[in-house]
Design a protein around this ligand. Structure first.
Ligand SMILES: *Cc1c(COP(=O)(O)O)cnc(C)c1O
Length: 410
């Protein structure tokens, strides 16, 4: 290892795909050759300038990167403490950060000669991003979605179908995201020759958590350069919402070795982090176990059954968390807190009123934590939060929660 990389938080995972006790690849023997093949291709692509040139071109002209770094001046004045900046990843094509990663995986799939892309999706956001990029490249796209989620997320199901994807409702198990992930893995084993499995967050067997992190790290790389440009220094605190943890990992990763930068991940606290699991706070309210090919903190009952959890934000209700976050939590490099549905809803409304930005419910969780800590911090303290998605998709949920009658509206 080169000397300058020793004592770095950025060297993980190890060869076995582990971040400390977490990560790894807990997959069947039939899947192992596929995973090794993918790993070899990704290792090649990582140092291949033509790969990154293609990414940079599409990021710029298809996605709309770099996303702005916005100083939220009215919110800063309103809260009366730290300076609040927002990394505007909600302005990306498709309205969130997910496309950053999907582009990387699809370009990799094309280099591997794969013509059929499969994905799993819960709320549908990753499915929409995957269907989008598949349409752009003329690739066949199959999205596994829990039957229960297909019903709950009709607009995203329709979007995916418009984009040419086949949406497969999964009825096995309880018909939710976890079951969709299992079916996607089964499909992959059966259709190895032409199929690529596109995972939507920093989870899954190695190399997915590291690969997705690397693709999402464009967020943190841009943020670093933009903060230096705007303020002449790095921010004091980074804050991002955690579902599986990809937007957060993308923002955090380039700052891991900057010891003066505090890092806070915000989990979905739902109705409160309690024994009834009416939350999705895997770190604050879960236990280590194995799911989706990796070892990490999970929402589970006493028998190790994976639980579904609850959050007002459909994008945050992944029953686990990326293994790198589990490790950063255990070694204390990052702090993980939770925010309830009610707090997120308040932050959502505050952001609309103070900044003219309708945020997704996911980053509203990050913003809620900003509103808790900013007032007590000095005026020269800089917070950078990731505005990872826009709220158009959430207005019906918010209307219902606030008791606003969409049908009878004047
Ligand atoms: C999917 C999604 C999330 C949760 O996923 P992460 O992997 O934790 O980033 C958060 N915000 C938005 C807007 C999403 O679409």
């Amino acid at each position: 290892m080169p000397e300058d990389l020793i004592n770095s938080f950025m060297t993980g995972p190890d060869e076995a795909g582990r971040f400390g006790k977490f990560g790894g690849r807990f997959v069947s023997e039939t899947l192992m050759p596929l995973i090794l093949d993918l790993e070899a291709e990704y290792e090649k692509a990582k140092t291949d300038e033509t790969f990154w040139a293609e990414m940079d071109d599409l990021w710029a002209h298809y996605v709309g990167r770099p996303s702005p770094m916005y100083f939220a001046d009215r919110l800063t004045a309103y809260l009366g403490g730290a300076k609040i900046y927002m990394k505007r990843d909600e302005l990306n094509h498709t309205g969130a950060h997910k496309i950053n990663n999907v582009l990387g995986q699809i370009i990799l799939a094309r280099r591997m000669g794969k013509t059929r892309i499969i994905a799993e999706t819960g709320a549908g956001q990753h499915g929409v991003a995957t269907a989008t990029v598949c349409a752009k490249f003329g690739l066949k796209c199959i999205v596994y979605m829990g039957a229960h989620d297909v019903e709950r997320q009709a607009p995203n199901v329709f979007r995916m179908r418009l984009l040419g994807a086949e949406v497969v409702p999964v009825t096995s198990g309880r018909g939710t995201l976890k079951d969709a992930m299992n079916d996607a893995l089964r499909d992959w084993v059966t259709n190895v020759h032409d199929t690529f499995y596109c995972i939507g967050t920093v989870a899954g067997p190695h190399p997915y958590p590291a690969m997705v992190r690397d693709f999402q790290s464009i967020i943190g790389k841009e943020a670093k350069a933009q903060m230096l440009d705007r303020e002449g220094r790095l921010p004091d605190t980074l804050i991002a919402a955690i579902g599986g943890g990809s937007n957060a990992m993308g923002l955090f990763y380039p700052f891991l070795d900057d010891a003066d930068v505090g890092i806070i991940g915000v989990e979905a606290g739902g109705k409160g982090v309690n024994d009834k699991m009416e939350h999705c706070a895997s770190l604050n309210g879960g236990r280590p176990g194995v799911l989706h090919g990796n070892r990490t903190y999970l929402l589970q009952d006493d028998d190790g059954q994976i639980l579904e959890g609850h959050s007002i934000s459909a994008g945050l209700d992944y029953p686990g968390i990326g293994p790198e976050h589990a490790w950063l939590n255990d070694i204390g490099r990052a702090q993980y807190v939770s925010v309830t549905d009610v707090e997120a809803l308040e932050a959502f409304q505050l952001c609309c009123a103070q900044e003219g930005i309708i945020p997704a419910l996911e980053p509203s969780h990050a913003l809620a934590h900003v509103t808790k800590i900013a007032p007590d911090l000095p005026a020269d303290h800089i917070i950078c939060m990731n505005m990872c998605g826009r709220g158009d998709k959430d207005i019906f949920t918010v209307a219902r929660a606030l008791g606003f009658d969409m049908e009878g509206a004047p």
